[in-house]
Design a protein around this ligand. Sequence first.
Ligand SMILES: Cc1cc2nc3c(=O)[nH]c(=O)nc-3n(C[C@H](O)[C@H](O)[C@H](O)COP(=O)(O)OP(=O)(O)OC[C@H]3O[C@@H](n4cnc5c(N)ncnc54)[C@H](O)[C@@H]3O)c2cc1C
Length: 143
Amino acid sequence: MTERADVVIVGAGHGGGQTAIALRQAKFAGTIALVGDEPELPYERPPLSKDYLAGDKSFERIMIRPAAFWSEREITMLTGRRVVMVDPTDKTVAFADGGSLGYGTLVWATGGSPRKLTCAGNDLAGVHSVDISADWHRSVSAK
Ligand SMILES: Cc1cc2nc3c(=O)[nH]c(=O)nc-3n(C[C@H](O)[C@H](O)[C@H](O)COP(=O)(O)OP(=O)(O)OC[C@H]3O[C@@H](n4cnc5c(N)ncnc54)[C@H](O)[C@@H]3O)c2cc1C
């Protein structure tokens, strides 16, 4: 496993993925590690709740870049790894499943998740929130 990267990006979503892409486009030659707690490589969320669920697009077509892109640009993908601690003195991040990774520069791109309504009526039919669940990850890996 990579023990240190010049740039460590935590959050392999749209923001994190695009940061790594932009660094290489700007000819950044240092090492880059993209860390994400989801098992998938970075994918676009907007078509997830539209074209993908409607069956109009495959998962491959909503990926931000094809799998080969990341290795060709020497971007180390650490998927399925959740960062639980940042030590800014030692410049390391620690993972939930053990181990740590040193960084020169840390980019925190962990996005957000929906806050569910707590008011009366939050359980009425037709009130929904869209969240990325374990079921969704299982449905992708089953395909
Ligand atoms: C189903 C759906 C449909 C959407 N449709 C639209 C739309 O039509 N139009 C629109 O403008 N916006 C839409 N959005 C919102 C848009 O996709 C988000 O604004 C955008 O994805 C935010 O990008 P981000 O990189 O900041 O965060 P995210 O895409 O949320 O990525 C953050 C990543 O960091 C990971 N992460 C979090 N904490 C850790 C940690 N401690 N360690 C490791 N990894 C971690 C998360 O699992 C996630 O993969 C939609 C969102 C969803 C979920």
